[in-house]
Design a protein around this ligand. Sequence first.
Ligand code: 2P0
Length: 329
Amino acid sequence: MKATAVANANIALVKYWGKRNDELILPANSSISMTCGGLMTTTTVEFSEKFEEDSVTINDEELAAEKDAVVAFLDLVRQQAKTRLKAKVVSSSNFPMAAGLASSASGFAALALAASEAAGLKLNEKELSILARRGSGSASRSVAEGFVEWHKGNRNDGSDSFAESVVKADYWPEFRMITTIVAETKKKISSRAGMSQTVKTSPYYEGWLNTVDADLTTVRNGIKERDFSATGSCAQQNCLKMHATMITTKPSIVYWQPATMEIIHSVLSWREEGSECYFTIDAGPNVKVMCLDKNEKELRKRLEMLEGVKKTITCRPGDGARLTDNHLF
Ligand code: 2P0
């Protein structure tokens, strides 16, 4: 009863921001992301009578906060598989936590596949996405490959809230996402707390909800038509709308740092000069720059020359969660 799974991080082009059910992690709106090839979490899970309690090791450390979330997730798997066996979980990611690359997304997607397989459940991709969602909303999207849409669903039990590929990983191989890692001076508020506060207190949250369906249509069609201008410009505006709801909460949530602003202005001027690129930003100060492969090298060089940029990582559309025989223990 041992299995190992690999899952990639993902970055949203149309963001998930706000829940309609906190316990089941049901979103208020649908979202679309790119699964980031090469930004991987690998997780091995074993259920056995030899374990007296669950143990969780992430990147060689036993962290109490993460352990509680992982054990709660294992309880869901045990419930589905009708077993009471305890588990050993070992997980490791190949990208820096500081990248703000939703390690919870790749983490819970890999955990969902490894744990369900180890427990003897044979879940299809939709069932796996629904399970991963219970760990972290964005993890529902890391289960699938390429460009992915998480349907918010309407049912109260969450059975129609899952993600699936809009197009496969090899459909738009020229698309690039350059992640910048900037200096962070203050600890950030978690996405979970930030989105909850936004739903409760931002006067602009209604505006977000009223316009997100149009963005979903534009980005979905842009991806299918491989229309970079339509996809990138809509994704950039969607990100700014999400941040507008955050900065207008009480108290205000401002994830941006001076370096964030430096990159935003640089991207705007590089685009005016003819190197087409757009930015998107999640619940942190790092900026992700979307471009096509023909401009990637030059843009990455320019980004790395900016004072506030410590490091960049480029990724392209990648694979969904999959099993491997390379166990971590
Ligand atoms: C996204 N984010 O669509 C948005 C944009 C952050 C900003 O999904 O509470 O860690 O575990 O469901 O999945 C991060 O939210 O939150 C996220 P929970 P999660 O990528």
